[in-house]
Write a protein that binds this ligand. Structure first.
Ligand code: FES
Length: 63
C-alpha cells in the first residue's frame, strides 16, 4: 500500500484501496474494525464494515 501511495503521488494518479479487517458484527456497532485515515482535518477513524471497505488510497494509513 505504501508503494502504491508513493507511485500515485509521484505520477498524479488517484487510487482506492480495499481493506480487510477482523469484523465481529459487520453492522457498525462494535467498532472492532476501525482503521485510521489521514484527512484534511487530521486523523480520522472509520469503520471498515460500514464506511468501507473501499477507501481513497491517499487517505489510508498503515499500521
Ligand atoms: S465489525 Fe462491528 S463495527 Fe465493523
Amino acid at each position: 500500500m505504501l508503494l502504491m501511495q508513493r507511485l500515485g503521488r509521484e505520477l498524479g494518479i488517484a487510487g482506492e484501496v480495499a481493506m480487510e479487517q477482523q469484523m465481529a458484527c459487520g453492522l457498525g456497532m462494535c467498532f472492532c474494525c476501525v482503521r485510521s485515515f489521514q484527512t484534511a482535518d487530521g486523523i480520522e477513524s472509520r469503520r471498515v464494515c460500514i464506511e468501507g471497505p473501499v477507501f481513497k488510497l491517499d487517505e489510508a494509513l498503515s499500521w
